[in-house]
Write a new protein. Structure first.
Length: 157
């Protein structure tokens, strides 16, 4: 570790923890196993179907994933930007017109955007640009459904 730090410092490298990694992955809209991918969240729902070798003749779960892809997933991973003051956190319910339409899978404060951001599994009819509300312990946090990445590469140039 010490040798790595010595080599990294002249290049501007500094230690970063899991919190920094998590913020950066959320700003980019990258899923994390256990949050946006699991035995209950398929690659089709996580919008990672492109990474599945559907052309392979056989793999565990192939038929189920093909059927889900053909029928359309019952939920899809979307990004949220809080338009109100607050942070959408994992496990909170997402509502549209007062009805539940999904759940936040990961959320944090973005120091780059200076607002709360999140990834959420939502009903497929909740489109990019939709206004939704996250129920934060009984308080409505207004959010907009946006396309990732939430932070554009040019922001950091």
């Amino acid at each position: 570790w010490a040798d790595l730090l010595v080599l990294a410092r002249p290049l501007g490298g500094i230690p970063a923890g899991l919190g920094a990694r998590d913020t950066l992955r959320l700003e980019m809209g990258y899923p994390l196993h256990g949050h946006e991918l699991s035995l209950d969240i398929t690659p089709v729902q996580a919008r990672l179907g492109w990474a599945v070798g559907f052309d392979k003749p056989a793999f565990v779960g192939r038929e189920a994933l093909l059927a889900e892809r053909a029928a359309g997933p019952t939920r899809v991973l979307r990004a949220l930007r809080a338009t109100g003051r607050g942070i959408p956190r994992a496990g909170l319910t997402v509502l549209r017109d007062g009805a539940p339409v999904g759940e936040v899978t990961s959320g944090t404060f973005s120091p780059t955007l200076k607002e709360g951001i999140a990834l959420a599994l939502l009903s497929p009819e909740v489109a990019i640009g939709s206004a939704v509300v996250v129920d934060v312990r009984g308080r409505a946090l207004e959010c907009e459904v946006v396309a990732p990445p939430l932070v554009r590469a040019s922001t950091r140039d």
